[in-house]
Design a protein around this ligand. Structure first.
Ligand code: G6P
Length: 367
């Protein structure tokens, strides 16, 4: 069937709006009928057989890996190495025994990711892939290929594939934690319930569309934009910056909040908006103190947080975005929505070709 924009101005807007639905679809694909267990396709995975995980991808899929590193390490206690495929394949990394290699790709055809997969297959690692296109080269050459069930993604800038990649990787981390005895059955059930609450939370975040549109009209005037986050919000800051530069052509960088003072703070002036992703979690106070360093130097801060966070920290902030409260572990999936909508509305305000930004291809099958 031909894919249509379904009343939206761009495929990207449609794909952003679809996220509650496709995440629910991905969850129901992997959850047992009662919702309390994870069922992987044959031959399944024995996470107790691995001492480490290597995750490799390009672009947005790489930032999904970066986020999942926090999950696998924090909840399943497995060390995770991540790299972009174009570097990984040429640095000839030694591969220890008992390594699980995970390749994440929307298209399943990205040349560098496929080459990295073949390198790892040659080192006798177990190859797991997380793909959107189930009949792709990367899926075919894997020991186990997990579909993300996002449906066809047309916009060059990836949105719903990112959140579905995160959803599947979150499920894998929970499964790994359970199998390795790092999580009790009870807390596993709680975490799964939290994941099942995400589609509803994403729907509420999508209600911020109009407000984010208003904020983005100001961003469209900027030459540079910085994105800050700490912990799992750091990879999301990187993804937010990538989205913005891909489609609005505004120079944007993502930084770990705590790294700011080691260089990038020199960039701060009243013309540089700084977008801070800071849910009210255990790292909130640290992120806020970095944000205050920005404001003390005249920086204009857009704080994306929840009611609790904003009650504590919105003094002197340029703009705020009030997100629903979300279980700490899965905040990156929810906060992807404002990251994407900010990029989208800024690009629309600038009048760029949102679905087919200049110089970019949806699937990069050459080196
Ligand atoms: C291209 C696309 C990006 C995408 C990257 C990886 O550069 O423009 O949106 O994240 O490739 O693609 P993949 O299909 O492997 O996820």
């Amino acid at each position: 069937a031909r894919i249509e924009k379904a009343g939206h101005k761009h495929f990207m807007a449609k794909e952003i709006a679809e996220q509650p639905t496709v995440i629910a679809e991905a969850l129901s694909y992997y959850l047992s009928a009662d919702g309390n267990g994870i069922v992987l396709p044959d031959p399944g995975l024995d996470f107790t057989a691995y001492d480490r995980i290597v995750m490799v991808a390009c672009g947005t899929a790489f930032y999904a890996c970066y986020t999942a590193k926090y999950w696998f390490e924090q909840v399943a206690r497995i060390p995770v190495e991540i790299d972009v495929a174009s570097e990984f394949r040429y640095r000839e990394p030694p591969v220890a025994p008992n390594t699980l290699a995970i390749f994440v790709s929307q298209s399943g055809e990205t040349a560098d990711t496929l080459a990295a997969l073949r390198y790892m297959a040659g080192k006798a690692a177990t190859i797991l892939s997380v793909v959107n296109v189930a009949e792709s080269s990367i899926a075919r050459e894997s020991d186990l290929a997990l579909p993300i069930r996002a449906g066809v993604e047309v916009g060059v800038a990836s949105t719903k594939a990112f959140s579905c990649q995160l959803t599947v990787l979150a499920l894998l981390a929970l499964e790994a934690a359970l199998q390795r005895g790092e999580m009790t059955a009870d807390s596993h059930a709680v975490r799964l319930a939290e994941l099942r609450s995400l589609p509803g939370l994403l729907t509420r975040a999508l209600d911020l569309d109009e407000w984010l549109n208003a904020v983005s009209n100001d961003l469209a005037e900027s030459r540079d934009v910085l994105f800050l986050g700490r912990g799992m919000m750091y990879p999301l800051a990187l993804e937010g910056a990538l989205k913005l530069k891909e489609i609005s052509y505004i120079h944007a960088e993502g930084y770990a909040s705590g790294e700011l003072k080691h260089g990038p703070i020199a960039l701060i002036d009243s013309h540089t908006p700084v977008i801070v992703f800071a849910p009210h979690d255990t790292l909130f106070d640290k992120t806020v103190s970095n944000m205050q360093e920005v404001m003390a130097r005249g920086g204009r801060v857009l704080l994306v947080s929840d009611r609790k966070g904003l009650a504590l920290a919105s003094d002197g902030v340029w703009q705020t975005v009030t997100m629903p409260e979300v279980p700490d572990l899965f905040a990156p999936i929810l906060y992807a929505i404002p990251a994407q909508l900010i990029a989208y509305h800024t690009a629309v305000a600038k009048g760029t070709d949102v679905d087919q930004p200049r110089n970019l291809a949806k699937s990069v099958t050459v080196e």
